[in-house]
Design a binder for this molecule. Structure first.
Ligand code: ZN
Length: 212
C-alpha cells in the first residue's frame, strides 16, 4: 500500500487535484483563459467551499478559480471578508459582464500578489450575468466595491491581472516588486519545488476535460 492510499483523497480517487492553494504571480495558470463550466458536481462544490476558506485565511474579499490553479469560469466573493457573514457569500459561475458605465479609480490588491496595492481605473457600474451554485441565473447591476471586485475576478478568468491595468507611472512603481515575485518563482522552479509549465498545462487540460 502506498502512503498516498492511506489517506482518503479529498477530491476523489484519481483526481488531478489533491488540495487547493492560492498560487502566486507569475504562475502560468494566472495567464490561462478559464473555460465555461458545463457541470457542477459535489467535488466542485467542495472546491468552492475550500476557496472560501482560503480567501478568508488570506483576508481577501474575492477569489477566482484560476487563482487556485483551476481552469474554470467561476469565482467566489464575500465583500465583507468576514467568515461569519455567510449570507454575504456569493458564487458566480460562467460570469458575463456588460453595459459598463462611467469610470472610477480605486485601490486594488490581489491574493496572488500579496502585499502589492495600486490604483486601478475601471468602469464605475457594470451588469453581471452569471449562474449561482444552485443553477439559478442572476442578473445584477453593480456599482461601488462589488463592481470593482467582480471586474477584478472576471479579469482573472481571462488571464488578466490588475497589474496589467495600471497607469505607466504606477507600473513603474511596482516593477521591482514584480521582479522579486518572478525571481522567487524561478528559484522554486529551478529547485524542482513546483511543477514546470508543461506539467501545469497537462493538469489544466485534464481538469478541463472533466467539467468544461
Ligand atoms: Zn486578484
Amino acid at each position: 500500500m502506498s502512503p498516498q492510499a492511506l489517506t482518503a483523497p479529498y477530491f476523489g480517487a484519481g483526481s488531478p487535484v489533491d488540495h487547493l492553494d492560492i498560487i502566486q504571480y507569475p504562475h502560468p495558470t494566472l495567464r490561462h483563459r478559464a473555460k465555461p463550466l458545463r457541470r457542477v458536481d459535489d467535488v466542485l462544490r467542495r472546491m468552492i467551499g475550500e476557496m472560501f476558506g482560503l480567501m478568508y485565511n488570506a483576508r481577501g474579499i474575492g477569489l477566482a478559480a484560476t487563482q487556485v490553479d483551476l481552469p474554470y469560469r467561476m469565482f467566489v466573493v464575500n465583500a465583507t471578508g468576514d467568515p461569519h457573514e455567510t449570507s454575504e457569500e456569493m458564487v458566480f459561475i460562467n460570469p458575463v459582464l456588460s453595459q459598463p458605465k462611467g469610470t472610477a479609480e480605486g485601490e486594488e490588491g490581489c491574493l496572488s500578489l500579496p502585499g502589492l496595492y495600486a490604483d486601478v481605473k475601471r468602469p464605475e457600474r457594470i451588469v453581471l450575468n452569471a449562474y449561482t451554485l444552485s443553477g439559478e441565473e442572476v442578473n445584477m447591476e453593480l456599482d461601488g466595491l462589488m463592481a470593482r471586485v467582480v471586474q477584478h475576478e472576471t479579469d482573472h478568468l481571462n488571464g488578466v491581472l490588475f497589474i496589467d491595468r495600471l497607469s505607466t507611472t504606477a507600473s513603474m512603481a511596482v516593477k521591482d516588486v514584480l521582479t522579486d515575485f518572478e525571481q522567487i518563482y524561478a528559484g522554486k522552479l529551478e529547485r524542482g519545488e513546483i511543477p514546470n509549465d508543461a506539467a501545469v498545462a497537462k493538469r489544466l487540460a485534464e481538469l478541463e476535460r472533466e467539467r468544461t
